[in-house]
Design a protein. Structure first.
Ligand code: MEV
Length: 327
C-alpha cells in the first residue's frame, strides 16, 4: 500500500487562454489531495471519502460506465471516475503491468470542480501512488507529463499542461504550450472565496473554443489575456504586488467577457475589491467555484463571509512542495 499527495492550485493569471498557447501562471496552494493505492489481482475499486461532497465508492473492471448512487451532478462523478481510471492506466503503462488491479482511496481537501485543481491533484497523486505500488518511481516531470495525457483525454483533447505541471512540481509555475518551468514568487496573501458550486471544465473550455471560432474579438480577448499574463510575470518578478492586483482585475474582466464567470463569482470578486483587496479574479475553469483575491488584511475574508452566495472563505499559502510520498 502506498500513499502519495499533491497540491491544488490557484491561477494568478491565464486560465483558458493557456489552452490556446498563451502563457499562464498557476501557484500551488497548501490544500492537498491524498491517494492510496493497493495492488490487487484485477480490476479497480475506487473509494472517494471526502471530496467536500458525499463520498462515493465504485467498483468496476476498467471502464467508467458504472455510476455510483450519490446526490451530486453526474458530470462531476463521471469526470472524477474518469480521471482516476485514466491515471491508473498511465501507472500500468509506466510499470509495464497492463493487467495490474488496484484498490484506490481518494481523500481530498480540495473541493471538486471548483477551480482549485482537484482533478489534477488527484490524477498526479494517483499516478505516483500506483506506480510506486508497482515498484516504479517516476520523476515529478514524468508524472506531470502522464497526468497531462490523462486530462487531455478526459477533457476531449482540450487541456493545457498548467494544472498538472503545477500540482506535480509545487510552487509558482509558468506554462506556455509545452514549455513548462517553475518560477520564483514571493509569498502572496491569497484569500479564497468559494460559492459551494462547481463548473464543468470540459463544457466551459468548449464554450470558449466556440466563441473563438465565431468571433474574431473573442480570439483577440484570449490574446489580450496573454498580454496581461506577460505584464503579470514582470510584476511578479519585481514583487510589485499592487500591479499584480490590478492585472488580476483585468484578467477577471476578460474571462467574464468570454462567458466563464457567474453571478456568485462576480459577487465575490466585487466584495473582495470593495473590501480593499489588491485584486480579485475567478480561478480555474469558472462557471462557479472559487475566486482568488490578494489581501494581507482580514478585510476581504470578513467581507466574503457576509457576501450572499459565498459559502466558505479561507487563506491559502503557496505550497512549494509538489507531489510527495506520504508516510
Ligand atoms: C482549468 O483548471 C484550467 C483551464 O485553463 C483548462 C486547462 O488549462 O486545461 C480552463
Amino acid at each position: 500500500m502506498v500513499t502519495a499527495s499533491a497540491p491544488g492550485k490557484v491561477y494568478l493569471f491565464g486560465e483558458h487562454a493557456v489552452v490556446y498557447g498563451e502563457p499562464a501562471v498557476p501557484c500551488a496552494i497548501e490544500r492537498r489531495a491524498q491517494v492510496t493505492a493497493s495492488h490487487r489481482d484485477s480490476g479497480l475499486r475506487v473509494h472517494a471519502g471526502d471530496l467536500t461532497i458525499d463520498g462515493f465508492t465504485v467498483e468496476y473492471e476498467g471502464s467508467a460506465s458504472e455510476r455510483p448512487d450519490v446526490d451530486i451532478e453526474d458530470s462531476l462523478v463521471e469526470a472524477g471516475i474518469s480521471y482516476v481510471n485514466e491515471a491508473i492506466e498511465q501507472a500500468r503503462d509506466a510499470a509495464d503491468a497492463p493487467d495490474a488491479g488496484f484498490d484506490v482511496t481518494v481523500d481530498s481537501e480540495i473541493p471538486l470542480g471548483a477551480g482549485l485543481g482537484s482533478s489534477a491533484a488527484v490524477t498526479v497523486a494517483a499516478i505516483d501512488a500506483a506506480t510506486r505500488e508497482l515498484g516504479v518511481e517516476l520523476s515529478p516531470e514524468e508524472i506531470a507529463d502522464r497526468a497531462y495525457r490523462v486530462e487531455h483525454s478526459v477533457q476531449d483533447g482540450q487541456a493545457s499542461r498548467a494544472d498538472t505541471f503545477c500540482s506535480a512540481m509545487g510552487g509558482a509555475v509558468r506554462v506556455e504550450g509545452d514549455d513548462c518551468r517553475t518560477i520564483e514568487a514571493p509569498d502572496l496573501p491569497f484569500v479564497i472565496g468559494y460559492d459551494g458550486g462547481a463548473g464543468d471544465t470540459g463544457a466551459l473550455v468548449a464554450g470558449v473554443c466556440d466563441l473563438r471560432e465565431e468571433y474574431e474579438f473573442a480570439a483577440d480577448t484570449v490574446e489580450a489575456i496573454g498580454d496581461v499574463v506577460r505584464r503579470g510575470e514582470a510584476a511578479l518578478a519585481a514583487e510589485r504586488v499592487d500591479e499584480l492586483g490590478q492585472l488580476m482585475n483585468f484578467n477577471h474582466g476578460l474571462l467574464s467577457a468570454l462567458g466563464v464567470s457567474s453571478r456568485s463569482l462576480d459577487a465575490m470578486v466585487w466584495a473582495a475589491r470593495d473590501a480593499g483587496a489588491t485584486g480579485a479574479k475567478l480561478t480555474g475553469a469558472g462557471g462557479g467555484g472559487c475566486i482568488v483575491a490578494l489581501d494581507d488584511t482580514p478585510e476581504t475574508t470578513s467581507a466574503l463571509n457576509y457576501t450572499p452566495g459565498c459559502e466558505d472563505t479561507f487563506r491559502a499559502e503557496l505550497d512549494t512542495v509538489g507531489v510527495r510520498l506520504e508516510e
